[in-house]
Design a protein around this ligand. Structure first.
Ligand code: PLP
Length: 230
């Protein structure tokens, strides 16, 4: 088994000193390995498949904070709505409506991040700036339609490349959107009660988290550095 308590302690101390939250990305990893990290003190985990997440939720301690970080289809929201703590990958208004509906059924407010497409690759999901603007305008304009969600900030995944300047520029771009729209929501704070201001900027993975933090990230999603290669 890979999990090395020394590397976990080192990374979590490094992040805590910088006030950066750690989401341990446990996709494809068995519950035994997740439990091991949990016993070292980690409470925040990330998964990207609905069924896998629902099964792990059943088997693991109920005070784990589960983050959904993969592409989420609207018809699957119902399987995680009861317990998910942060859906990081909201990329459409349709999905937001469905999350709101399922949150209402479960009598809770679900925290969400809007996923921004910052990478060059077409295969990655997320909103462009215009789409982000449209979604924010819709939420601000029709706030009572979205009583059961709370938009906490933005998430993005950089390009898969060795060219670190490309990655750095993508992080800078995401941070600029975070600053720009965080302010936008604050201006309307009174009518934008649940959604203002942005507090979470989720960017950075095993290979690039240090750079992401230099560029303003306050939440990193780390898988292979903690659990080994998938
Ligand atoms: C898999 C995944 C990660 C973690 O990747 P590592 O390179 O293993 O740290 C982070 N974010 C998302 C959205 C992922 O799908």
């Amino acid at each position: 088994m890979f999990i090395n308590s020394i590397s976990y302690k080192k990374i979590s101390a490094e992040l805590a000193a910088k006030n950066v939250a750690l989401v341990a990305v446990s996709k494809t990893k068995p519950v035994e390995e997740i439990a091991r990290l949990y016993n070292l003190g980690q409470k925040n985990f990330g998964e990207n498949y609905v069924q896998e997440l629902a099964e792990k939720y059943e088997q693991l301690p109920k005070d784990i904070q589960w983050n959904f970080i993969g592409h989420l289809q609207s018809n699957k929201v119902k399987f995680i709505a009861q317990f998910v703590s942060l859906i990081q990958s909201v990329d459409s208004l349709k999905l937001l409506h469905e999350i709101n509906k399922q949150a209402k059924k479960n009598n809770r407010i679900i925290d969400c991040l809007l996923q921004i497409h910052i990478a060059k690759e077409e295969t990655k999901f997320g909103l462009n700036e215009n789409e982000l603007q449209e979604i924010i305008a819709e939420i601000v304009g029709k706030e009572n339609q979205f009583k059961y969600i709370s938009i906490k900030g933005l998430m993005g995944m950089a390009s898969f490349t060795n060219d670190i300047e490309i990655v750095r520029n993508e992080f800078k771009f995401l941070k600029s959107l975070f600053d720009k729209y965080s302010q936008f929501t604050m201006l309307r704070e009174e009518s934008f009660r649940h959604h203002s201001p942005f507090t979470i900027l989720s960017m950075g993975m095993s290979a690039d988290y240090k750079m992401a933090i230099e560029e303003g990230s306050n939440m990193v999603r780390i898988g292979s550095l903690l659990f080994g290669e998938r």
